[in-house]
Design a protein. Sequence first.
Length: 330
Amino acid sequence: MTTFSRLVAAVLFVVAATLAGGGVAQEFSPAVVFDMGGKFDKSFNEAAYNGAERFKKETGIAYRDFEVTNETQREQALRNMARRGSQIVVAIGFSQASGVEKVAKEFPGTKFAIVDAVVDLPNVQSIVFKEHEGSFLVGMAAAMASKTGKVGFVGGMDIPLIRKFALGYEEGAKYVNPKIEIFQNMTGTTPAAWNDPTRGGELARSQFDRGADVVYAAAGATGLGVLQAAKDKGRLAIGVDSNQNHLHPGTILTSMVKRVDLAVFEAFKTTKDGTWKAGVRVLGVSEGGVGYSLDQYNRSLITAEMERRLTQARADIVAGKIKVTDYMAK
């Protein structure tokens, strides 16, 4: 082999080694696909957005995102994120389960996480919450705050997950007042039920007109109409998923906080750190995954006695002394 040939071979070897090694290593680029309602729904999706933003702020690493506006977009959005090289793709909402299952099989080297559903694959982390436990606590708060002995619940899409919120709320209210009357309405049977604040307001006003003085909204952006109706009527509402107390200070009794933000943040962070694990993560009261919010915006509405009882109930749930029924496990 001539000197020139050896030189060419050496150069080719270095190039090949560089291409095979860290020379073209992709930068870390996590992704999140929001569901219907948009990332600024001030509720479920926005909690996920806050988690992604926290990761960006703490690490300086940008993330990719997509807001689903049509049901047919879910699968393609997940696939596009994987194709573009995102090492972790987080899908927000149970409706993305079939898309995650299909796309995760197509991209076995990509990690996926899904909130509110279980997909049993070796490269998927499923994050579910004990919404019934957090709803039990705000149900207690509603019953303690109610002067009429009547409270309400407005759900979004009529699915088992939202029935899970409703049952926990009912059990919490009856734990305080066994004779309490609870009105319950679901907004609809399609994904449009998550983004209809006008209808949410109508349902809440109907419950207020029947005597309810506290209404809990578990309906995504639809719940914003419930919160507004409570303000307009001079009654109380309970927010959901994100801490919504600040939206209408003085008329939002509390919010059932569901730490979707924590789920997204930790999915991104553990992937980056190399500690990510597939399987099912269940976040309830004891894991800090659900609870109720208390801040300067609702401090005047939660009395010391109410707070004492809620703190005790929380401890009793953690200790197993209070067992809240999981509608989806019945």
